[in-house]
Design a binder for this molecule. Structure first.
Ligand code: ADP
Ligand code: 5GP
Length: 202
């Protein structure tokens, strides 16, 4: 049985990490891919938990070895998702979620056309600015660069299957859970999961 592949994208600060963390706390059936990045760890981030932190040389060695199902430069750093890990999880029937940008999402869709894309939007540009400053983990210069990049990222919302507006956190979490619940009820999935029942009923 093949698991579902979900892609979650958002402009930085829209609340993607917060939403995905809450989603996973409530749904242990979802595995989040841990990307490799050349970005420096933020305070509180741990190697192997948020990311695998590597230098540029190491990153491009991995690119050369075909290790990434997708990779991209985002905000001046490189990020990539492990092909082997994702394929192993999906083949084992587990659902996998990728937190990646629109460039990576395009590459994943080429490899897995059935992947479901979810785009998280902020309720306003002002809210986005406030959230980026409030997080307190980035310098003023980094925040300014990310706000400028947010509009470019959001222009790609039309490449995704679902758009969730993260105004009220609980509502947005419920929306994300609904997307995932609905995908699991697709006939194809239900038939595989309840093979014996379908055989008896039909
Ligand atoms: P991203 O991963 O998209 O960059 P984060 O999840 O780190 O964003 O969220 C950015 C900041 O906004 C964090 O301080 C987070 O607590 C806050 N935040 C997330 N969702 C909401 C929301 N619905 N309302 C208010 N603040 C939020
Ligand atoms: P951050 O540095 O704030 O954790 O992430 C910055 C951006 O990089 C976010 O838009 C995030 O989705 C994206 N990102 C994180 N990991 C990957 C990845 O493996 N591939 C791609 N393409 N983008 C990623």
């Amino acid at each position: 049985m093949i698991g579902h592949l979900y892609i979650v994208a958002a402009p930085s600060g829209a609340g993607k990490t917060t939403l995905v963390r809450l989603l996973c706390e409530n749904d242990p059936g979802i595995r989040v891919s841990v990307s490799h990045t050349t970005r420096a760890p933020r305070a509180g981030e741990k190697e192997g938990r948020e990311y695998h932190f590597v230098d540029v040389q190491n990153f491009f060695d991995r690119v050369g070895q075909g290790e990434f199902i997708e990779w991209a430069e985002v905000h001046g750093n490189y990020y990539g998702s492990s092909k082997r890990w994702i394929e192993a999880e999906l083949t084992a029937g587990r659902d996998v979620l990728l937190e990646i940008d629109w460039q990576g999402a395009r590459q994943v869709r080429n490899a897995f056309p059935e992947a479901l894309g979810v785009f998280i939007l902020p309720p306003s540009l002002d809210a986005l600015k406030e959230r980026l400053s409030g997080r307190g983990t980035d310098s003023a210069e980094t925040i300014a660069r990310r706000i400028a990049a947010a509009r470019d990222e959001m222009r790609h919302v039309d490449e995704f299957d679902y758009a969730i507006i993260n105004d009220d956190l609980r509502q947005a979490l419920g929306d994300l859970q609904s997307v995932i619940s609905a995908s699991r009820l697709q006939y194809k999935t239900q038939r595989q999961r309840h093979f014996a029942l379908f055989a008896t009923l039909l």
